[in-house]
Structures are given as structure tokens and as C-alpha cells.
Design a protein around this ligand. Structure first.
Ligand code: LLP
Length: 418
């Protein structure tokens, strides 16, 4: 359930008509519902109330400070993958002790920064990374909390580009090497092993690969404890899918009871890193029709948002439902909804059934709250777009639209001295 519904034929975000925001700030823009974010967070955290659980929101899904601040106020920590994300989480008021740091290529500078602020744990992806963290911790005279990311070698059966738990994926330490890598930590005096972590992919709509992976992790924890490792924390990553269209992913309750059943008797603290599930359906992208281009074969609706603003359709061929902001009684027609960018992949939807639209009408792309704004770019020299959050009858701008001065202002024409 989300909070984007029609009232009197006009699409609203909670109680704010989308057309009002468009009139005030222009298009395109992202709009998030604070009520949906809160609801998703509450449903997810309630589902895990049987065991001590820290929910570390995956910042890469939506890194706007206002969104992080809202989630932080609900009790969330943060799963981060760069110094920039750690800085964002902290700037939004999330305590360092609730921040985990993941990623296959943490740089030395990033490791130093994370140690300096005192994050909860490093989710480590290789022996080489353990070495580097140990060196940096030694320089700072401290212990680094670590969990090693296990690649459990299961196929998450999701999109190839967002699958991470197979042997051939670059992520984590291979199943057959994992015991050795944990043994290796015993030789490093500035590493403090606190747990085990895994993440097998994103947008999973089947519970079986999760179960398969988590059962493997359980057997690993037992084995590691027998080898004298004090495993107290289990970080099971993110990845639970959401409905974009016809998908029917497991509910948070189903997912939670599977996890609780599988790992409860290990008496570990649980860490989870959901991103998409919390914010995906809490945001829409609102855009204006620039041109209706009627050709012999197709009718193209060219809108003012493009693949640089919402990359997912062009990058993964992913589906986002597209609706008109004004409800209409007219017959639907088949159209292609496209952006203005000079690439044939700048297409949001082919052969979609939409009620007739004209220039300046508004459309909304649904389920755009996760991996929307965070993956945007300025390709074709298009300024980054505005972001807005609503709460009941009110809305606030949470990211200003980039100006042309800002867009151009980063470049420097060199003044070569002869
Ligand atoms: N934890 C780790 C270590 C991750 O790599 C990810 C996502 C998450 C948590 C959060 O996963 P979620 O709960 O959101 O599924 N750009 C792609 C998704 C890439 C996901 C990358 N890692 C998309 O737009 O579908």
C-alpha cells in the first residue's frame, strides 16, 4: 500500500495534489511520501520483533538527507558503500555505531575515515581488504570490527546485473575459502571479528534462494564458533523484492518468519540492509508531456524526464507503471513513453495503455523511490532534478533543482601559459 491515490480525479501524494507541486516548482521532480516510508519501515521492523534486530537502510537506494533523517528518527541505521554515504548517514543524524560499511573496493582513505568515526562494522569482501583494514587500525591504535561477506554460491534468480551471490560474481569471499579467511583474521591483531555477512542480490521475488543461503550461513556460524570465532552478529543483507507490476514477492512477515526460524537458535544479533523495500514504492517521478509525436507506426509521448533522471528502464529493462496525473474517462490508447535524450534506450515504456494526453499534461512513473534519484546523472547536460517529500497536507523541497550555473560551474577552461 502506498499513499499515491486519486482524489477528485487528480493524483495526490498523501493529501497534496501532485499538480500543485508541479505548478510551484516545475517538472520533472521526485516526490516521496513520508507516510509510506514510515509504514514500510514499521511493517519490516515489526516483523522481526522476535529477535534483536538492527535495520540498516541501504543508503544507495535513496540517499537524500531528509529520507535518511526520517528513517534515522524511526530507529534505522545505515548500510553504506562509500565515504560519501557514511557522511550522508551521519549528516542525517544516524549514529556511527549504527553504520555498517560494505563494498568490494573500499579505498584506504575510506577505511581510515570509517575507523576514525567509529562505525559498527566493516563488511569485508576479501583477504586483501582485511590486510588493509588491519594496517589502518594499527596506525590508529584501535580494533576494527569486522564481518566477512560470504558468497554462498546460490543463484538469486533475479536480473543478471543485480545478482551478487554466485561464484562468478565479484562479491564476497568464496564459500570454499571462507573458513581460511576467518582463520587468517587470527593472525591480525587489530581485527575484531564480530560476525558474518552475506547479500545475494536485489529484487528477489522468490524466498527459496534466501532460505538456501541463510541455511548455509547458519552451518558456517556453527563451524566458525567451533573454531573459536566469537560470532555475535549476523548481517543478512537486503534484497527483498517489491511489486513494480505483476510481481508477487514474499511479504516482510513471510521473509521474517523464515529468517527467524532458520537462525533464531544461534542467538545472534540480526542486521538487515533493506533498501528498495523501504523506499521503492514510496516515491514517484512526475514529468510533463513535451510533445506528442504521432507516426504511422507508433504514437510517442515525449516527456521532460529522461534516462538520466530514472536510469532503471534503460539499464535493466525494468518496468515502471506510468499513469496520468489527471484521471480521464476517455478510452485508453497504446503509446510509447520516451524521454528526450539522444539514445534509443531512453524509453520508459513501450505499448503502454494510457488515456490520451496533450502537451503540458502531467504523467507519473510509479515505484521510483529506490535507485531513482541516486542513480541519476547530468547526461545530455540536463540538470539534476528536484526532490520533494510530503507529509499529510504539506510538502517540502528536499533537494533543489540544479541550476545551469551549478551544472556548468564545475568545469574549468585551462589557461595554458605559453
Ligand atoms: N546490501 C548490499 C550489500 C547491497 O549491495 C544492496 C544492493 C543492498 C543491501 C540493498 O538491496 P535492496 O534491499 O535494495 O534490494 N540499481 C539496482 C539495484 C542494485 C542493488 C545493489 N545492491 C536497481 O535499480 O534495481
Amino acid at each position: 500500500m502506498d499513499h499515491f491515490n486519486y482524489f477528485d480525479g487528480s493524483l495526490c501524494a498523501e493529501n497534496v495534489p501532485v499538480v500543485k507541486i508541479a505548478n510551484d516548482i516545475g517538472t520533472p521532480f521526485y516526490v516521496y511520501s513520508s507516510a509510506t516510508i514510515k509504514r514500510h519501515y514499521d511493517v519490516f521492523s515489526q516483523a522481526f520483533k522476535a529477535i534483536p534486530t538492527l535495520i540498516c537502510f541501504a543508503v544507495k537506494a535513496n540517499s537524500n538527507l531528509a529520507v535518511l533523517n526520517l528513517l534515522g528518527s524511526l530507529g534505522a541505521g545505515a548500510d553504506t558503500v562509500s565515504e560519501g554515504e557514511i557522511r550522508r548517514a551521519r549528516a542525517a543524524g544516524i549514529a556511527a555505531e549504527k553504520i555498517v560499511f560494505s563494498g568490494v573496493g573500499k579505498s584506504r582513505d575510506e577505511i581510515r575515515y570509517a575507523l576514525g568515526v567509529g562505525i559498527a562494522q566493516f563488511n569485508v569482501e576479501s583477504r586483501e581488504e582485511l590486510d588493509m583494514i588491519n594496517e589502518e587500525a594499527e596506525i590508529l591504535g584501535m580494533q576494527a570490527n569486522i564481518a566477512v561477506r560470504v558468497n554462498p554460491d546460490v543463484d538469486a534468480k533475479t536480473h543478471d546485473k543485480i545478482s551478487t551471490g554466485r561464484k562468478t560474481d565479484k562479491f564476497g569471499v568464496a564459500w570454499e575459502d571462507i573458513i581460511d579467511v576467518y582463520e587468517f583474521t587470527k593472525t591480525k591483531k587489530n581485527l575484531n571479528v564480530v560476525g558474518v555477512t552475506t547479500h545475494i542480490g536485489s529484487q528477489l521475488t522468490d524466498i527459496k534462494p534466501f532460505k538456501q543461503a541463510f541455511e548455509r550461513i547458519k552451518s558456517l556460524v556453527i563451524n566458525l564458533r567451533e573454531n573459536g570465532h566469537d560470532i555475535r552478529r549476523l548481517d543478512l543483507g537486503g534484497g527483498l523484492g517489491i511489486p513494480y507490476g505483476r510481481e508477487n514477492p514474499p511479504s516482510p512477515e513471510e521473509y521474517a518468519s523464515m529468517i527467524v526460524e532458520t537462525i533464531q537458535d544461534l542467538n545472534c544479533q540480526l542486521v538487515l540492509e533493506p533498501g528498495r523495500l523501504i523506499v521503492g514504492n514510496a516515491g514517484i517521478l512526475v514529468s510533463k508531456v513535451i510533445r506528442v509525436k504521432d507516426t504511422k507506426d507508433r504514437k510517442f509521448i515525449v516527456i521532460d524526464a529522461a534516462m538520466n533522471d530514472l536510469t532503471r528502464p534503460s539499464m535493466y529493462g525494468s518496468y515502471h507503471e506510468i499513469i496520468t496525473v489527471n484521471q480521464s474517462e476517455e478510452d485508453l490508447e497504446a503509446v510509447d513513453i520516451v524521454g528526450p535524450i539522444c539514445e534509443s534506450s531512453d524509453v520508459f515504456g513501450r505499448d503502454r495503455q494510457l488515456s490520451p494526453v496533450a502537451v503540458d499534461d502531467l504523467v507519473a512513473l510509479r515505484s521510483a523511490g529506490a535507485y531513482g534519484a541516486t542513480m541519476s546523472s547530468t547526461y545530455n547536460s540536463r540538470p539534476l532534478i528536484a526532490e520533494v517529500i510530503v507529509k499529510d497536507n504539506d510538502y517540502k523541497i528536499i533537494r533543489k533543482r540544479q541550476s545551469y550555473a551549478e551544472l556548468l560551474g564545475q568545469d574549468i577552461i585551462p589557461d595554458w601559459k605559453e
